[in-house]
Structures are given as structure tokens and as C-alpha cells.
Design a protein around this ligand. Structure first.
Ligand SMILES: Nc1ncnc2c1ncn2[C@@H]1O[C@H](COP(=O)(O)OP(=O)(O)O)[C@@H](O)[C@H]1O
Ligand SMILES: CC(=O)OP(=O)(O)O
Ligand SMILES: [Mg+2]
Length: 411
């Protein structure tokens, strides 16, 4: 059975095509064959980077990819390419699984239908960088391939196990109960993959792990016995850490002042917070991309430096919360575009924590790419560190593929 997984990120589009059986458990992350994978980075920039790997063949090129719709089409073109492709037409796959984000009142895995699309659309304003492109892609593919099952694995599902004391906002209970206003948490597929993979690496099912997913969107999750017990994103993926261009934690009582002084409407102010905030806002509009910020700060740009400083301090603040929630950690794992590639960010996050049993080996951290195993993983803790430090490239797609196969079987 072939399952195609589509991952529409806030800055990227990634896909993987898997060959699999329909009876593997969700935590069986090894016995799945990836036939093809591709990615478009920096969607919306004048030059997006497009990579593809199918069997022994791989390719990389720069191309303008204005939106996720164009990226999805590029993926189908790659997979059905007469020379390098692995399928003749998209309908050869058993299903397309989506790493979908916010279903509001719906959480779990669903075959895409009108009810699911309605529930996601209700959350468009809550997840403006994520839900609209997912809904658009699902609608396009539904129309083009009416007989091809589409499955949505919602990101909130992994965080079901978070206890009420870490899930509820201090708001009137009627708002929470009637409107599902609570900390839902996101990046569920990524944190779940890290939970399962780190348990394999550490050789124990009951490990205490802090998963730092740092990318276009960033969140930190505390994991005990492979379950989420705390996460930093809340009701929406704008909260917690500063995101690439979305605000992160913010005080709603600053809004009346901003509306009064700028003359913006509430909708306009929220749109600004969700597109001109985060690292982009902190850097004075320079960039929401850590690569650009590091380059600018190396060239003396103080605002770019401030953006990086705030990002690091926010990660450390939430790391502290996660450490206390777990009573210490067996491992801290870095993943996502920044977590996997951001050597300086990892160094700074782990600095000065020896009294907490966390000691990075800076030379190992810097040379990680030269030491990785087949899955791109390597550790960088010092010999005297009680907590292991790891880079584990996330594989959100294999989790969604397993969820998709299970949903097909049960539907
Ligand atoms: N070499 C690098 N060093 C530091 N940060 C990087 C590097 N490469 C990518 N990144 C960061 O990773 C981000 C993309 O992460 P990714 O997890 O793919 O995002 P998303 O899924 O949200 O689209 C970029 O915006 C950039 O900040
Ligand atoms: C919340 C979420 O899924 O984020 P992203 O796809 O941008 O990493
Ligand atoms: Mg992502």
C-alpha cells in the first residue's frame, strides 16, 4: 500500500511517499519504506529551495514557489515524472495523509469530509498560517481525485494526555467549556515521533524527554513514558515561543492601547501579530529566518541580535518549566529546521546549566553533521552531563502515514 504524506509548514512544504502495510502500530516507525521525499523551503520568497530524492536520484533547484498550492503541484509532478517518478498517476496511492493543524472541537485522525473541513474552517482565524492552506489543498485534491481518500491527522491529538492543571487557562469556566478555549498544543506528529524515537535510542519506555521542535513554528513538549505532559503552544499556534513571523506569548491587555494609538481594527492588529510579529517583528522587519538573523547579527545588526537573544531566552524559560514538570530529564532533543541545523542556538540554549546536570560539548555540537548515523542523529552532551543532548531529525510524515493507514483500515 502506498501512502503519500503532505506536510504544509508555516515556511515550507514537505512530502514523503511510503510503502507500508496497513497493520503496523503507530509507534512502529522503523518498518516503513520511504520511496520518495521532497521539500520546498522558504515558500513565498522570490527563490524557494526545492529538493527531491527518489531512490538513488536526487535534485535541488531554486524556483519561485509563491504558495502551498504550487508546492503541492510540484510534488505531484516530481512523483509522476516520466524519467525519475515512482508512480504514473496520483491515484496509484491508497491515500494522502495530511499533517493537519487545528480542528478546534475535533481532535484525532479523520477521513476528510465536509464536517472535518467545516471544523477546520472555524479555526481559520486561530491558525491563519496553517488552516487556510490545508483546507485549500484538501479541496483542490478532493476535486481533482474524487475517489482518492484524504486523511487529516490533527496536530492536537498527541497532547490529549496533558493533565488539566497544565491545560486550562484562568478564564471563566463557561468560555472554556462552551468554546473549547484551552491549551491544545501543536506539532503533535513531531513530538510523538521524538517520543518514540528517543525511547528507542535511550532503551527505555519510561524516559523523561524534552522535545524542542524549533522551526518556522516552534514548540517545546515535556514527555514522560512516551506521552505529552506539557507543551508550550496553547489555544493557537501563535503562542508559546516567538514563531518565525507570529507573536508567541503576549498580553491581550496591550491590544486596546495598540488599537487606540494605531487606529487598526482588532482583525488588522491580530493579522499584524500573526504575520509581522515573532522573529520578524523583533528584528525590525529584517527576517523571520534564523539563518538571515545570524548573518545580520554577525554584521552588527543589533535588532537581529535582539531577535536571537529573545528567542534563546524564551526557549530557556520554557525548558525550565519542562524540567520542573518532569523532575529532571533523561534527554533533551533538538529537532525542526532550527533545532537540527542551528548550532549557535543549541549552544546558547544549553549554556550554564551544569548545576542542573546539563552539559553540552560545544565541539561535538559544532561537528554534529559529520557524526550522524543513517537517520541523521547524533548526541552532543559532555561525559559529565546527567542529561543526554541529542539532535534527532523529525519524521512527522511517518507518524501521519501510520495514522492514515489505521484510519483507512477503520473507515
Ligand atoms: N542552517 C540553518 N541554521 C539555522 N536555522 C536554520 C538553518 N536551516 C533552516 N533553519 C531554520 O529552520 C526554519 C524552517 O524550519 P522548518 O522546521 O522546516 O519549518 P516549518 O515546518 O515551520 O516550515 C527556517 O525558517 C530557519 O529559521
Ligand atoms: C503548528 C505547526 O504545525 O507548525 P509548522 O507546520 O509551521 O511547523
Ligand atoms: Mg514544520
Amino acid at each position: 500500500m502506498l501512502v503519500l504524506v503532505a506536510n504544509l509548514g508555516s515556511t515550507s512544504f514537505k512530502y514523503r511517499l511510503f510503502e507500508m502495510t496497513d497493520d503496523g502500530a503507530i509507534d512502529d516507525i522503523q518498518n516503513v519504506r520511504c520511496l520518495a521525499r521532497g521539500a520546498v523551503e522558504r515558500i513565498g520568497d522570490a527563490q524557494s529551495k526545492c529538493t527531491v530524492a527518489i531512490g538513488d536520484w536526487s535534485d535541488e533547484k531554486s524556483l519561485a514557489v509563491p504558495d502551498h498550492g504550487v508546492a503541492v503541484q510540484a510534488c505531484l509532478d516530481q512523483l509522476t515524472d516520466p524519467q525519475h517518478g515512482v508512480i504514473r498517476e496520483a491515484t496509484e496511492v491508497a491515500a494522502i495523509g495530511f499533517k493537519a493543524v487545528h480542528g478546534g472541537r475535533l481532535s484525532g485522525v479523520f477521513v476528510v469530509d465536509d464536517a472535518l473541513l467545516d471544523a477546520m474552517a472555524e479555526m481559520n482565524a486561530a491558525a491563519p498560517a496553517h488552516n487556510p492552506p490545508y483546507i485549500a489543498a484538501m479541496n483542490t485534491l478532493r476535486t481533482r481525485f474524487p475517489d482518492l481518500p484524504l486523511v487529516a491527522a490533527l496536530e492536537t491529538d498527541f497532547h490529549r494526555t496533558i493533565p488539566a492543571a497544565r491545560r486550562e487557562y484562568a478564564i471563566p469556566r463557561s468560555w472554556a467549556d462552551q468554546f473549547h478555549v484551552r491549551k491544545w498544543g501543536f506539532h503533535g506528529a513531531s513530538h510523538r515521533y521524538i517520543a518514540y524515537r528517543s525511547a528507542e535510542i535511550l532503551g527505555r519506555q519510561d524516559a523523561r524527554v524534552i522535545s524542542c521542535h524549533l522551526g518556522g513554528s516552534s514548540s517545546i513538549t515535556a514527555i514522560r513514558s512516551r506521552e505529552s505532559v506539557l507543551t508550550t503552544m496553547g489555544m493557537t499556534p501563535q503562542t508559546g515561543l516567538p514563531q518565525n513571523n507570529r507573536v508567541g506569548d503576549f498580553d491581550p491587555f496591550a491590544l486596546p492601547l495598540i488599537l487606540q494609538r494605531t487606529g487598526l481594527s482588532l482583525d488588522q492588529a491580530l493579522q499584524t501579530l500573526a504575520s509581522e510579529g515573532g522573529l520578524l517583528g523583533l528584528s525590525g522587519g529584517h527576517s523571520g529566518d534564523v539563518r538571515d538573523l545570524e548573518e545580520a547579527s554577525d554584521n552588527g545588526d543589533a535588532q537581529a541580535q535582539l531577535a536571537l537573544d529573545v528567542f534563546v531566552e524564551e526557549i530557556r524559560r520554557h525548558l525550565g518549566g519542562a524540567l520542573v514538570a518532569l523532575g529532571g530529564a533523561d534527554a533533551i532533543v533538538f529537532t525542526g529546521g532550527i533545532g537540527e541545523n542551528g548550532v549557535q542556538i543549541r549552544d546558547r540554549v544549553c549554556a550554564g546549566l551544569a548545576d542542573l546536570g546539563i552539559v553540552a560539548d560545544s565541539a561535538s555540537n559544532a561537528s554534529i553533521k559529520q557524526r550522524v548515523n543513517d537517520l541523521g542523529e547524533a548526541s552532543f552532551h559532555a561525559g559529565n552531563s546527567r542529561t543526554q543532548l541529542w539532535v534527532i531529525p523529525t519524521n512527522e510524515e511517518v507518524i501521519v502515514a501510520r495514522q492514515t493507514a489505521a484510519a483507512l483500515k477503520h473507515s
